[in-house]
Design a protein around this ligand. Structure first.
Ligand SMILES: Nc1ncnc2c1ncn2[C@@H]1O[C@H](COP(=O)(O)OP(=O)(O)OP(=O)(O)O)[C@@H](O)[C@H]1O
Length: 537
């Protein structure tokens, strides 16, 4: 019997062993790759910032090539160029000026290399010398030559199938699965970092706006001008009520500073860290006011496509300023009363009850008592709001404050207009002091703003008061057939009334009439003007 010689057996064994060794090597290599990618992936999960990303990439790439460098370029918003996002020169030496200029450059995508990488699904290898020899005078090829990088691998970075940039790597050996694995993770990390940076940017912008608004609001307390008796009383009331949680009702004609005082109360209260929320009850149709105040759930009514938070919820732990409360529709008044009494509310269309801690300041230029009598305002709500009323005096009763207010608005509006600080002539000031001011401080403010813009020099010598508003009912009708003496008498009484009987000193009738106090006294005596005729109105 012929037995096969031992040699072929030995050869076969050798081949089998060799194959097994190769398979084992492949398995070990694949295990190493898996473990490398697993480590990389674990490190990447903790990455939140660009610096953290740079540190993780550096550690990983050092394992692949201890001397290699890399650069990541990201797509610019123009969609046509890319700029360096992260880079590491590895252990190479280089010309720093050249490096800086290449890093700052916007590299066109269509440069013959980058477009090929972005179109490819696998890493592409380029020989630096050969590309330069072909006449490819790209600045980054020059830099790599300067850095002594022989070959460079380029791989596209993609997020959700769209190119966000690419990775250039100086490496001798290409391992496609490893490079693809690394790039997939880098792409996700960069997209997240960019999104985070954008959110942070918006957050910072909002914070800055918030600080700016707060500064504007806080400074508005300092912007209350007026040292006359009437305003002294207002300041006294503000200081009494600010630190409490009491509801405040501000009453006064339009433009008397109700909103200014509401802000002052809020700013002086423990709630001042949060912004005061304002609702103008007159500016909204009745159908929307409830949703504006209390918010609504999605689908609560036609058009309520999303849940909306109302002003009451926004004002939680702060102050809600209900301007023009006299205009609020009756249905909304019922709901408002409930919130004020029970300190809780439901959104329109909502089922759950929301507890609230809101301080309410309401304001109106209407006579609320008359509104109650006329059935347009609920009496229970009126009494609930009228806990601490503050009456703001009309400007015509504060002639003593006109000079200061004028000075304040002059410096504000000359600064706004980029002009040097302006003055007003004594004559023009007298005109202002004897005017009736139907629009109150707002009207004075607008008049000064206009005058500053129109003035050519540094002094406002003339003010253009609206003749309609200046219509003086007390003097109207007495012109025909009246003697000069009668006219003089009536005019002095009118000015004395406006100055609340104050004859001399700042804001007194003599100042407005531009005559010495003694002269006014003797004129009054001569014209037989009694106290009863001008006092107490
Ligand atoms: N005492 C004051 N000192 C400085 N500025 C004032 C004063 N009072 C009012 N103003 C200014 O006049 C303008 C009108 O004031 P504000 O809006 O507070 O009045 P209002 O009574 O709320 O008016 P409305 O009833 O029309 O809403 C604002 O620009 C405000 O800054």
């Amino acid at each position: 019997m012929d037995y096969p010689s031992e040699k072929p057996f030995e050869n076969n064994d050798h081949l089998i062993l060799e194959r097994e060794r190769k398979v084992l090597q492949e398995i070990q290599k694949s295990e190493r790759e898996k473990s490398f990618l697993l480590d990389f992936s674990n490190d990447m999960t903790a990455v939140r910032t660009k610096d953290e990303l740079a540190a993780v990439i550096k550690t990983a790439l050092r394992k692949l090539d201890p001397h290699g460098g890399y650069v990541i370029r990201c797509m610019n918003p123009d969609g046509k160029t890319m700029t360096a996002y992260l880079h590491d020169p590895g252990s190479s030496t280089f010309d720093p000026a050249l490096m800086d200029s290449v890093l700052a450059e916007k590299h066109p995508i269509e440069d013959g290399l980058q477009n090929r990488i972005l179109d490819s699904n696998i890493p592409l290898l380029f020989n630096v010398e050969r590309e330069l020899a072909r006449g490819n005078r790209l600045s980054y090829l020059e830099l790599w030559k300067n850095m002594n990088f022989k070959t460079m691998v380029g791989i596209a970075l993609r997020n959700h199938n769209s190119n966000i940039g690419l990775l250039w790597l100086s490496i001798d050996e290409i391992n496609i699965p490893i490079l693809q694995g690394i790039c997939a993770q880098i792409s996700t990390a960069i997209s997240n970092i960019v999104a985070n940076e954008q959110i942070l940017h918006y957050k910072r912008q909002l914070e800055e706006e918030n600080d700016y608004l707060k500064e504007q609001l806080t400074s508005s307390f300092a912007e209350i001008v007026g040292s006359g008796k009437a305003m002294q009383e207002v300041y006294r009331l503000i200081s009494l009520v600010s630190s409490s949680n009491s509801t405040v009702l501000l009453l006064g004609e339009t433009g008397t500073g109700k909103e200014l005082i509401a802000r002052a109360i809020h700013n002086a209260s423990p709630r001042s860290k949060k912004l005061m929320i304002k609702v103008n009850c007159a500016a909204m149709p009745a159908s929307l006011i409830e949703s504006e105040l209390f918010g609504h759930e999605r689908g609560a009514f036609t058009g309520a496509v999303e849940r909306r938070i109302g002003k009451f919820e926004l004002a939680d732990h702060s102050t809600l300023f209900l301007d023009e409360i006299g205009e609020m529709p009756l249905e909304a008044q019922v709901k408002l009363l409930r919130v004020l009494q029970e300190k809780e509310m439901e959104r329109v269309g909502g089922k759950s009850t929301i507890k609230l801690n809101v301080r309410v300041i309401a304001a109106t230029n209407r006579d609320l008592e008359a509104e109650v009598k006329a059935g347009r305002f609920r009496s229970d709500l009126y009494y609930r709001l009228n806990v601490f009323p503050i009456n703001l005096p009309p400007l015509r009763d504060r002639a003593e404050d006109i000079e200061n207010l004028t000075g304040f608005f002059l410096s504000k509006y000359s600064k706004n207009a980029g002009k040097k600080s302006m003055r007003i002539s004594a004559n023009a000031l007298r005109q202002l002091q004897s005017y009736v001011w139907p629009g109150n401080v707002r009207e004075l403010e607008h008049l000064i703003e206009r005058s500053v813009l129109l003035a050519t020099g540094n002094v406002i010598s003339e003010v253009f008061l609206s003749p309609r508003s200046n219509d003086n009912t007390e003097l109207a009708g007495m012109l025909p057939g009246r003697s000069l003496e009668e006219m003089e008498r009536a005019y002095i009484i009118q000015v004395l009334k406006r100055c609340k009987g104050k004859i001399s000193g700042p804001g007194g009738a003599a100042e407005i009439l531009n005559i010495p106090g003694n002269t006014l006294h003797s004129k009054m005596k001569k014209l037989d003007i009694s106290k009863a005729e001008y006092y107490g109105e």
